[in-house]
Ligand binder design. Structure first.
Ligand code: NAP
Length: 249
């Protein structure tokens, strides 16, 4: 028996990177996992297969986020496979580089639509499906902790996610639902193509007190804790998962 046996989870952006690691970890704890993706069906299927080969249960669902009607489309796809959800992980996100004078209105709208607006309406439209005693985990970022002028709109979108986390924790407490965020530091995923350059990767590693970049599993283990009964008394929090990045600043 895993800690999530009998529960159902939905991980947005579960096809690759951090979301894949979260989906696999929740699956290994016994949850039936909805692995959401935007376009990379092959990657989503790989995640589902990995969960099944480890003895778990999972299904893939496609929905483009950041477009009108995205949350409705996501839940319609989900409903075809499962009846209600216990753990919702809002992980899907896009990077949005740019200093204040470089960000176009279209860039800004895109980053906010995927990173901030989509989680808002996924929760709103999922409230009737989310069972009492459930869990919401929002994936934010360490870029809200200290200034990252090169990621102005991205950082602001994650700031919105953190405030949403706090507000929802108050609203949903009466139903026994906890709402928390995790804020990863630099994690080695496709979102950082520059990590292929050893010098750049070494510079990123130096931010952490452990002198390495994070791996998706470093985040997934913390999300699995927040999703479990062990975290029943933790809500409205933003857990730093950055290997101590910036402790010395
Ligand atoms: P990633 O490897 O690029 O994976 C992104 C995932 O999100 C994929 O599953 C992708 O689906 C999905 N996705 C992207 N755009 C989407 C859209 N418009 N609609 C629906 N799904 C979409 O990213 P990651 O590094 O794992 O990041 C995951 C989350 O962690 C993001 O919220 C990111 O901001 C946050 N984060 C990452 C880091 C880091 O260093 N990596 C640090 C802090 C926070 P497809 O496979 O179909 O494309």
């Amino acid at each position: 028996m895993g800690k999530l046996t009998g529960r159902t989870a939905l991980v947005t952006g579960g096809s690759r990177g951090i979301g894949r690691a979260i989906a696999q970890r929740l699956g290994s704890e016994g949850a039936l996992v909805g692995v959401h993706y935007a376009s990379n069906e092959a990657a989503a299927k790989e995640t589902v297969t990995a969960i099944e080969e480890a003895g778990g249960r999972a299904f893939a669902i496609r929905a483009e986020l950041g477009v009108p009607g995205d949350a409705d489309a996501l839940w319609a796809a989900f409903d075809a496979h499962a009846d209600g959800v216990d753990v919702l992980v809002n992980n899907a996100g896009v990077a949005g580089p740019g200093r204040i004078h470089e960000v176009t209105e279209a860039d800004y709208d895109r980053v906010f639509a995927v990173n901030a607006k989509a989680p808002f309406f996924i929760v709103q439209k999922g409230l009737d499906r989310l069972r009492d005693g459930g869990r919401i985990v929002n994936v934010s970022s360490g870029v809200t902790k200290v200034a990252f002028p090169d990621m102005t709109s991205y950082a602001a979108s994650k700031g919105a996610v953190e405030v949403l986390t706090l507000t929802l924790a108050q609203t949903l407490g009466a139903r026994g639902i906890t709402v928390n965020a995790v804020s990863p530091g630099t994690i080695e995923t496709d979102i950082h193509p520059w990590m292929a350059i050893p010098e750049a990767k070494a510079r990123a590693a130096a931010f952490s007190v452990f002198d390495r970049v994070g791996q998706p599993g470093d985040v997934a283990d913390v999300v699995a804790f927040l999703a479990s009964d062990d975290a029943r008394w933790v809500t409205g929090q933003n857990i730093d998962v950055s290997g101590g990045s910036g402790l010395g600043i």
